[in-house]
Each structure stands twice: as structure tokens, then as C-alpha cells.
Design a protein around this ligand. Structure first.
Ligand SMILES: NC(=O)c1ccc[n+]([C@@H]2O[C@H](COP(=O)([O-])OP(=O)(O)OC[C@H]3O[C@@H](n4cnc5c(N)ncnc54)[C@H](OP(=O)(O)O)[C@@H]3O)[C@@H](O)[C@H]2O)c1
Length: 270
């Protein structure tokens, strides 16, 4: 139980009541970490904590909204009080949207920005002192939409791109203290069957599209990013190709994306 790459560490994974966060929690526990779960829905968190316990791992959880500074401060205080340290923070909580920018309700712009950007910056801000002490890791879960803006996911793309800026700045500030800061750019991933994103009016919309990775593969990439102390990890061959093309052939990339706009608009529901 306490062997594995993460033995002896305490890891807080935001948004781990379901989806990618839950798989990451499970994998980290398998690799020896003491895992702290987070989300807003207490019942869902309890269900996930029970899942970990049923597999023989201990798990605690903190109910907190990552967009609320007071709740983030209290969450980190509680982790330190319970476990005495914090080595790893995975900023995974996020929400996506779909729809043309011209039709977006301003509330969607605000929610998607708050959750994906503030919801990562605030936990990091309150955790940073403990992570410096542990010479640990802060990882941001981004998206291929954080590499390149796509039609239909404007604000999501913008918020995920902002995470790259935050991670680069944190690396510049914290690398001398031995802290690792990484970003994982995730591709289309299998979703929990009840997953929703925000429609143009803010109403939840079901997501159904073909996935190119499993949640477990994303969790494994997050683990590798931490263990190898990587700065940036791009998932899938298509993701790596996108990065290459954008860096070396930006005009061709623009043309291809413009041509496939309709298709992307319909399917790019990260
Ligand atoms: N699925 C994909 O294809 C894909 C692709 C690229 C990137 N990503 C990124 O991967 C991450 C996880 O995605 P997912 O598909 O696993 O999403 P998901 O199934 O919708 O799970 C999101 C998790 O975040 C929590 N959460 C949302 N808002 C929160 C808040 N304000 N405070 C605390 N917790 C909050 C949710 O719990 P509560 O609702 O109970 O709070 C839930 O545990 C996100 O950052 C997403 O942008 C996903």
C-alpha cells in the first residue's frame, strides 16, 4: 500500500469526485500517495472516497468550491492539519462550454473563466508554502484547446491558455525552491455518462462524442508529469502534431482549422 512512486506523499486533487480527477485519485493511491479528494457535491465525494476505501486505500475529502478564496484557504489548512504536509496539488477541477461566442450569455463567460482559471490559481496560492516546504509539484490540467483556440469553445480555450502563463510564471518563481510546476494538455477523453458542459445560455448540455483517450490514460500522464518533473505534457499523437504544426507552420494550421471549423464546432466539447 505504501510502496510506489508516490509513497510518503500527500496529494490533493481538485475536482476528484468524478471523471479524470477520480481516476487520478485512484492511480495516485495505487502508487502510494495519501490522497485528498475535492469537489462541491458532498454526496458524490463520499461515493468516491468509498470507492477508494473499497479498493483498500484510505482517502479523505474536503468539500470546497475552488473559485472561492475562503474555501480554498480552509481546504489547504485542513489538509495540513490532517496530514501534516502537502506534496502534490493537481489543479484538475474545470468546466467546459460550447457555442458561438456571439451567443454566449455573459454568465457563461464568467463561470468558465472563474472555474478554469481562478479555480486553479486560488488552490495553488494557498498551497504554495506547503509545496515549497515539500519541494513538491503543482500540476495544471489543461486541454488541447489550451494550445490552440477552436470555434465553439472560446472562453474555455482562453482560460486554459491562461493556465500556461500561470504555470510558466510559477516555474520562474518557484524552480529555485525545488518546486516542480507542470501542465498536462489533455485530448478528447472518455466522459462519465452524466457529464455536462455549459450551453450558450448556461444550461447544462450532455456531451457525446468519440474519445481519443481514457480517463486512466490521462491519470497516467499526470503521474508521469509529476514523477519525471516535466514542464509540459501533450497527450495523443494528434496533440503533439498540433503543437508541431502550430510552432513551425502557423499559417497552414490556421487554414486547416478554418476549413474544419464546422466539424470542430460540433465535436470540440472538452
Ligand atoms: N473530458 C475531456 O475530454 C477533457 C479534455 C481536456 C481537458 N479536460 C480537463 O480535465 C479536467 C477534468 O475534466 P472531466 O472531464 O473529468 O470533468 P468532469 O467529469 O465534469 O469532472 C469535473 C470535476 O470538477 C469538480 N468541480 C467543478 N467545478 C468545481 C468547483 N468550482 N469547485 C470544486 N470542484 C469543482 C466536479 O465536482 P462538483 O461538480 O461536485 O464540484 C468534478 O469532480 C477539467 O479541467 C477539464 O477541463 C477534460
Amino acid at each position: 500500500m505504501n510502496s510506489g512512486e508516490l509513497a510518503g506523499t500527500v496529494a490533493l486533487i481538485t475536482g476528484s469526485s468524478r471523471g479524470i480527477g477520480r481516476q487520478t485519485a485512484l492511480l495516485f493511491a495505487e502508487r502510494g500517495a495519501t490522497v485528498v479528494l475535492n469537489g462541491r457535491n458532498e454526496a458524490k465525494l463520499a461515493e468516491t472516497a468509498e470507492l477508494l476505501r473499497s479498493r483498500g486505500y484510505s482517502a479523505t475529502s474536503v468539500t470546497a468550491d475552488v473559485t472561492n478564496a475562503d474555501q480554498c484557504r480552509a481546504m489547504i489548512t485542513r489538509v495540513i492539519a490532517q496530514h501534516g504536509r502537502l506534496d502534490i496539488l493537481v489543479n484538475n477541477a474545470g468546466i467546459s462550454m460550447r457555442g458561438a461566442f456571439a451567443q454566449l450569455d455573459p454568465g457563461v463567460i464568467e463561470s468558465v473563466s472563474r472555474t478554469n482559471l481562478l479555480g486553479a490559481a486560488l488552490p495553488a496560492r494557498f498551497a504554495v508554502e506547503a509545496i515549497i516546504e515539500a519541494r513538491g509539484s503543482i500540476v495544471f490540467v489543461s486541454s488541447l484547446a489550451g494550445v490552440r483556440g477552436f470555434a465553439g469553445v472560446s472562453i474555455y480555450s482562453a482560460a486554459k491558455m491562461a493556465l500556461t502563463g500561470l504555470a510558466e510564471a510559477l516555474h520562474a518563481e518557484l524552480a529555485p525552491s525545488g518546486v516542480h510546476v507542470g501542465v498536462v494538455f489533455v485530448a478528447f477523453t472518455e466522459n462519465d455518462p452524466d457529464k455536462t458542459v455549459m450551453g450558450v445560455d448556461g444550461a447544462p448540455v450532455r456531451v457525446s462524442r468519440k474519445a481519443s483517450t481514457t480517463q486512466r490514460q490521462v491519470a497516467e500522464e499526470i503521474l508521469r508529469t509529476i514523477v519525471r518533473r516535466r514542464r509540459k505534457s501533450y497527450m495523443t499523437a494528434a496533440g503533439k502534431y498540433l503543437v508541431f504544426m502550430q510552432r513551425h507552420f502557423p499559417r497552414i494550421t490556421d487554414a486547416v482549422i478554418l476549413r474544419s471549423r464546422g466539424r470542430i464546432h460540433g465535436t470540440f466539447l472538452l
